[in-house]
Design a binder for this molecule. Structure first.
Ligand SMILES: [Zn+2]
Length: 414
């Protein structure tokens, strides 16, 4: 029984209508009407493929295809069902529809795995509603306390708990949905690359080795606000000029690192922000990403030295007011081998590469062995209505996923 790529395409396109905006983007934000429609649609597909379907108390959608030995830990496969505002049709949705398609072929051909397989569509991976990415998987992995969940509110001040109630979810049962790591055998996720590498190389798929760490710094530079006309250039302590040097130098360092790390200053605020006043204060962020944690620690030292340098050069003071470090995570070597063998089985050789974006698989790696497969992002575009992948590349990716799922679901032990 073969993967029906036309059916996958049809289903992706149908799911994409749920949250379609007038500007042709897709806004399927967690707990919205569009998200509910998407969940209802995927529920039907899961049921048609022979799965029993439930929503956990957080709103993760889970379909279970039974194995012959219910005592064995289950395999979980999937991705997220929410999108960013004005997003595309594939980010997240593809990983869910692909997993359902694999199970559909199993059901049609009468294939029974030894261990159960659960297909999941997680909630709030993008983090746009409550400002916390991978909320659904963080919940599953037991990373969030009930107090933390109770404290989450959307931009209008509405509590997560109220959203759960409005969606018929039982927030009082939240503790019951957390996965026991002994119940879970492995987690697999197929996802669009969201980068240029595969498309540039003309390759359809890749096996993910690591998911990058992200190191965010919130920095304030204090200079001295003064008259922009009467203050001689050699008497100024201009916070923005100092910040500009930091921006340029961290950019140069990342550029010269030849791909080992990236750095972004994505937010910058000047005070007082007037045309005739020398900037007295600048607050900005530096985000760095790398697949190895030692590289991130090294870049942090570079940032600290850079701040000392501009203090000396421009007579300003600098302070790192906050730092959030989310370490890089290596995915399971065993699952990487399984995915390589699966690719082999379908006569493909695929490269291994890190993921430069965060994913549910990164979170799930704290409780189980995880693997990820990428399919091409045409022109490297993602989080945009222009998001696209060639359907024959999608088919190749799903074939590898299917083979890996079968192999893991037939295993009697680790
Ligand atoms: Zn995604």
């Amino acid at each position: 029984m073969e993967i029906d790529i036309n059916l996958v395409k049809e289903r992706i396109e149908k799911l994409d209508t749920m949250g379609k905006t007038p500007s042709s983007g897709t806004s399927r934000l967690s707990y919205s009407e569009a998200w509910r429609q998407g969940q209802a649609f995927v529920t039907l597909l899961m049921k048609e493929a022979g799965m029993t379907v439930e929503r956990d108390p957080m709103g993760n959608l889970i379909g279970t295809y039974p194995g012959t030995n219910s005592n064995l830990p289950y395999l979980m496969v999937g991705s997220h069902l929410d999108t960013v505002p004005e997003g595309g049709s594939l980010d997240g949705a593809l990983g869910v529809i692909a997993a359902v398609e694999c199970i559909r072929t199993w059901q049609v051909s009468g294939f029974r795995p030894v261990r159960a397989v659960k297909v999941i569509g997680t909630v709030e991976e993008e983090g746009n509603v409550f400002g916390l990415g991978c909320l659904g998987s963080r919940y599953l992995a037991g990373e969030l306390t009930l107090e933390k969940l109770a404290s989450l509110t959307d931009k209008q001040g509405k509590k997560l708990i109220e959203h759960l109630k409005d969606n018929g979810l039982e927030s009082e049962l939240l503790e019951s949905g957390i996965i026991k790591s002994t119940d879970l055998f492995a987690f697999l996720e197929l996802h669009v690359e969201q980068g240029y590498e595969l498309d540039l190389a003309g390759e359809p798929c890749a096996i993910v080795t690591d998911i990058v760490g992200i190191d965010r710094h919130w920095i304030t530079i204090h200079g001295h606000a003064n008259h922009a006309g009467t203050t001689r250039m050699d008497r100024r302590r201009d916070a923005l000029v100092a910040a500009a040097m930091v921006v340029q130098e961290i950019y140069n360092a990342a550029y010269k690192s030849q791909g080992s790390f990236v750095a972004t200053v994505g937010s910058l605020k000047i005070t007082p922000g007037a045309t005739n006043v020398i900037p007295g204060k600048v607050e900005f962020t530096i985000e760095t990403r790398a697949a190895q944690n030692d590289i991130l620690h090294g870049v942090h030292e570079v940032i600290v030295k850079l701040l000392q340098k501009v203090e000396g050069k421009y007579g300003v003071t600098t302070i790192v007011t906050d730092r959030k470090f989310a370490p890089a995570v290596s995915l399971s070597g065993k699952i990487i081998d399984t995915l390589c063998n699966a690719a082999n089985d379908v006569n493909m050789v695929v490269r291994k590469m890190p993921s430069w974006a965060g994913h549910d698989a990164k979170i799930m790696a704290s409780i189980t062995q995880c693997g990820m497969l990428f399919v091409t992002s045409v022109n490297g575009i993602s989080h945009s209505p222009e998001e696209a992948t060639r359907w024959d590349d999608v088919e190749k990716g799903i074939n590898i996923l299917n083979q890996a799922m079968k192999s893991l679901a037939l295993k009697q032990n680790s």
